[in-house]
Design a protein around this ligand. Structure first.
Ligand SMILES: Cc1ncc(C[n+]2csc(CCOP(=O)(O)OP(=O)(O)O)c2C)c(N)n1
Ligand SMILES: [Mg+2]
Length: 417
C-alpha cells in the first residue's frame, strides 16, 4: 500500500461528532412539523399479557382516543362516565389554579421556589385516576396532580411549600418535595431517577408478599439519560415486578432539548429489548392516558410484569421559578405544539358530547380560583416563610434515629434541645 492510499483510507473512515438539534432556539421559529400524529383508529389494543416484541408497533406509534373532532374513536376508548370525565377536568383545572397561584406567590417573595406542570396536567391526573388508591406512587416533581386525585389537603401542600409550622416535612425539604405515607405518595428526591429503582424494589416486595398493589414511577425525558433508569428496567424485567414506569417526554430538560436523550428513536422503544412492552401515548389526551395506564395496571396485577409508557407532551412554561425559557427556546414555542392543551381538549370533548358548556367552564374556573385564594389565606395563618412560625431548629434531630448516637445528643444539647 502506498502512503497516499493510507491517507485516503483514513479520511474515508473519519468520524464526525453529531450534535442533535433543538425544536427551536430564540433566533429560530419553532417547527414541530416532523411529528407524526396518527388517527385514534391507527393503534391496536392488544391483550394485556402480550409479549413485548409482538406489540412493538405501540412503542413507535402514538395511542390516541380524542380525535380532531373532539370525539372518541378507536380501540383504546375507555369506558368512562361523564361524571368521571368532569372530575378529571376539575382536577386538572384545580392543579392549574394552584400552580398559577403558587408561581405568583414565589414572584412576590412568599416562597423560595416553585415548579409548575402547566400543559402536562393530564399525565398525573388521568394516571392517578386509573390507579387504585392502594397503588404506590414514586413521582418526580411534576406530578402534583396525583395528590389532587388522592384528595390530599391543598392547605397542607401550601404549608409544605411555605416550610411553616404545619409543614409535615418540618422544613427539611425544598418547596414542592411532598411526602405522604397516608396517600401512598413516596417522598420526592432531588436526585433524578432514584425513584425508578425504589418503585421496582417496592413492586418486587409487593409481588413477593402476594399482594395486588402496583408501584408506579415517573421520570422526565432528560432523566432517561441516568443509569438508575436502566438498573430499574433490568430488575423489573427479570423479576416481572408489578410496576408501571413512565417517561414524561415534555420535550425539554431545563434548557436541553429531548433530542439529546432520545437518540433519534422513541423513548418507549427502549424497553422492548428487555421484554417490557413500550407504549407511546398522546400525553395531552386524558382518555388515552387513562386507557393505557389501565392496561398497564391490569397487566401488572395479572403477573405480566412492567410496562414502560412514554407520555408525549410539552412543558409549556419554564422548568422552575429559577428558569427563563426565552433564553434558550423560540418565543411562544408552546403555541406551536401540535397536540394542544390537555384541559382544553377534555373541555371540548365534554362540550361536544353535550355534558359541558363554556359558561359552566368559566363558573368552575372562578370557583377553583376562589378556593385556592381561601386555601392560601388559611395556609399563611400557619406561618409564612419569612416570619414563621417554623418548626424549631431542635426538631432536626428528631425522626431519624430510634436511639440518637452520642455525637448527635451532644450537638442537640449545644443548640438547646
Ligand atoms: C442526578 C441529577 N442530575 C441532574 C440534576 C439537575 N436537574 C434537575 S431537573 C433537571 C432536568 C430534568 O429534565 P427532565 O427529566 O426532562 O424532567 P422535566 O423537568 O422536564 O420534567 C436536571 C438536569 C439532578 N437534580 N439530579
Ligand atoms: Mg423534560
Amino acid at each position: 500500500m502506498t502512503d497516499k492510499q493510507t491517507v485516503d483510507t483514513a479520511i474515508q473512515y473519519q468520524s464526525k461528532l453529531f450534535v442533535p438539534q433543538a425544536s427551536s432556539r430564540p433566533e429560530t421559529t419553532p417547527d414541530f412539523s416532523h411529528i407524526e400524529i396518527p388517527s385514534p383508529i391507527a393503534s391496536q389494543r392488544p391483550d394485556v399479557l402480550s409479549e413485548a416484541v409482538d406489540i412493538q408497533d405501540l412503542a413507535y406509534g402514538l395511542v390516541r382516543v380524542l380525535g380532531d373532532d373532539h370525539l372518541v374513536a378507536g380501540p383504546w376508548a375507555p369506558d368512562l362516565s361523564a361524571d368521571k370525565l368532569l372530575l378529571g377536568l376539575r382536577h386538572m383545572m384545580h392543579v392549574r389554579a394552584f400552580d398559577n397561584r403558587m408561581f405568583k406567590m414565589q414572584r412576590q417573595g412568599k416562597l423560595s421556589f416553585y415548579m409548575k406542570c402547566t400543559g402536562e396536567e393530564a399525565v398525573a391526573v388521568a394516571q392517578g385516576m386509573a390507579l387504585k388508591s392502594s397503588d404506590m406512587l414514586f413521582p418526580s416533581y411534576r406530578q402534583q396532580g396525583l395528590l389532587f386525585v388522592r384528595e390530599h389537603s391543598i392547605v397542607d401542600m401550601m404549608c409544605q411549600c411555605l416550610s411553616n409550622a404545619k409543614d409535615n416535612i418540618k422544613g427539611r425539604q425544598m418547596p414542592i418535595f411532598y411526602s405522604s405515607k397516608k396517600h401512598n405518595f413516596f417522598s420526592l428526591s432531588g436526585n433524578l431517577a432514584t425513584q425508578y429503582s425504589q418503585a421496582v424494589g417496592w413492586g418486587m416486595a409487593s409481588a413477593y408478599k402476594g399482594e395486588d398493589q402496583v408501584a408506579v414511577s415517573w421520570v422526565g425525558d432528560g432523566t432517561t439519560a441516568a443509569a438508575d433508569v436502566y438498573h430499574a428496567l433490568v430488575f423489573g424485567s427479570t423479576y416481572k415486578a408489578p410496576v408501571i414506569l413512565n417517561v414524561v417526554n415534555n420535550q425539554w430538560a431545563i434548557s436541553t432539548p429531548q433530542s439529546f436523550a432520545s437518540t433519534g428513536s422513541t423513548f418507549a422503544a427502549r424497553s422492548i429489548g428487555l421484554s417490557i412492552p413500550g407504549i407511546r401515548v398522546d400525553g395531552n389526551d386524558f382518555l388515552a392516558i387513562y386507557a393505557v395506564t389501565q392496561w398497564a395496571a391490569e397487566r401488572a396485577r395479572k403477573g405480566g410484569g412492567p410496562t414502560f409508557i412514554e407520555l408525549y407532551t410539552y412543558r409549556t412554561e419554564g422548568h422552575s421559578t429559577s428558569d427563563n425559557p426565552d433564553a434558550y427556546r423560540g418565543k411562544n414555542e408552546a403555541n406551536f405544539w401540535p397536540l394542544g392543551d390537555p384541559i382544553d381538549r377534555l373541555k371540548q370533548h365534554l362540550i361536544a358530547i353535550g355534558q359541558w358548556s363554556e359558561e359552566q367552564h368559566q363558573a368552575l374556573q372562578s370557583e377553583l380560583t376562589d378556593d385556592i385564594t381561601k386555601d392560601w389565606k388559611e395556609a399563611l395563618a400557619h406561618g409564612s416563610l419569612d416570619n414563621g412560625p417554623h418548626w424549631p431548629v431542635t426538631s432536626m434531630f428528631e425522626d431519624v434515629f430510634k436511639e440518637m448516637p452520642p455525637h448527635l445528643v451532644k450537638q442537640s444539647k449545644q443548640i438547646g434541645a
